[in-house]
Design a protein around this ligand. Structure first.
Ligand code: DOR
Ligand code: ZN
Length: 347
């Protein structure tokens, strides 16, 4: 039986939501991950250090007693973000990073940024102070084809931000295209990217496999096979330093996804590590797994590696997946990649 032992992973991009969903999903992340960056796109969004601290307390209350887990909080960048308050909140530790959603790009992004020029002074303060900027990299003009939104954002907005703020620490979140991978590789050391398990596992055909599959709908939307392969290549590469795991685990009630206007988001926390390990194994790249899930993100954010370790084991029997996470009167469907998974976390 094959076994690997690696530094405990971090998930650098999670959606924990709030209330009953938060209580149900937090333990699914804390089981396998030591730390996470928590997205601020609640309704209403987390806009300042005070809200971030209150939200952090609600998350901490949902962590199982026998587990150690650190949530890193973010605020949602708007055209009215207060530079001074942000700087103080970063310095006193209540805010770890700032999330830029172009207005209308995804779930609960209505109060996002419409005009980049209006947030340039905040980005300048962030560059000076060392506050990381996390970017949902999709252009939102409705005339742009949904499959081209990431590429257009890179050309029109990301490049502008990178050129103006070379010292700003930037994470291009959940990249989905060959163009994004190449842009990040060519960028300076302050630019890195997160990659999700679903974008490594699936291409856009899986949204339409025999009918419409709402549980494979996320944003940025899944792309062509050549893009999935490009992502796989960069994350499994021996010298990968710039790409790390951000699962974008994004729970929605099944009724909100199986609807005439279904929500974007894939809830992948429960089996994320077994799936990622299988993907690396299938690519003969298990030796690069630890960099992707446990080291590169910590290096990018200039924080220590986790001290504890986890062990993964390859079994002869396929992992059997639970189909959903049950809530009181609802359920959240759990991501299944559609190929066999033999790996599991054993401690
Ligand atoms: O698919 C997605 N779901 N992409 C995002 O960027 C947001 C997320 C959510 O909050 O549901
Ligand atoms: Zn997200």
């Amino acid at each position: 039986m094959e076994q690997i032992n690696i530094i405990k992973p971090d998930d650098w991009h999670v959606h924990f939501r709030d209330g009953e969903i938060l209580k149900a999903v937090v333990p699914k992340t804390t089981r396998h991950f030591a730390r996470s960056i928590v997205m601020p796109n609640l309704i209403p969004p987390i806009l300042n250090g005070r809200d971030a601290l209150k939200y952090k307390k609600r998350i901490e209350n949902a962590i199982p007693k026998d587990e150690k887990f650190k949530p890193f909080m973010t605020i949602y960048l708007t055209e009215n973000t207060d530079k001074k308050e942000l700087k103080e909140s970063y310095k006193n530790g209540s805010v770890f990073a700032v999330k830029l959603y172009p207005a209308g790009a995804t779930t609960n992004s209505d109060s996002g940024v419409k005009d980049l020029r209006k947030v340039m002074p905040v980005l300048e303060t962030m560059e000076e102070t060392g506050i990381p900027l996390l970017i949902h990299g999709e252009a939102t003009d409705t005339e742009i084809d949904i499959f081209d939104r990431e590429k257009v954002f890179i050309d029109k907005s990301l490049d502008y931000i990178c050129r103006n703020f070379p010292e700003l620490k930037i994470t291009l979140e959940h990249i989905t295209t060959e163009e994004a991978a190449k842009y990040v590789l060519a960028g300076n050391e302050n630019l890195a990217a997160t990659v999700t398990p679903h974008h490594l596992a699936l291409n856009r055909n899986s949204i339409f496999l025999g009918g419409i599959r709402p549980h494979h709908f996320c944003l940025p939307i899944l792309k062509r096979e050549k893009h999935r392969k490009a992502l796989l290549e960069v994350v499994t590469s021996k010298n990968n330093k710039k790409f790390f795991l951000g699962t974008d685990t994004a729970p929605h009630l099944s009724t909100d996804k199986e609807s005439s206007c279904g929500c974007a988001g894939i809830f992948n926390a429960p089996y994320c590590l077994p799936i990622i390990t299988q993907i690396f194994d299938n690519a003969n790249a298990l030796s690069s797994l630890e960099s992707f899930v446990s080291l590169n993100g910590a290096n990018h954010y200039k924080i220590n590696y986790n001290k504890s370790k986890i062990t993964l084991r390859k079994n002869s029997m396929q992992l059997s997946f639970k189909k959903s996470l049950k809530l009181k009167n609802a359920e959240i469907i759990i991501f299944q990649p559609g190929f066999p998974i033999y790996w599991n976390v054993i401690n």
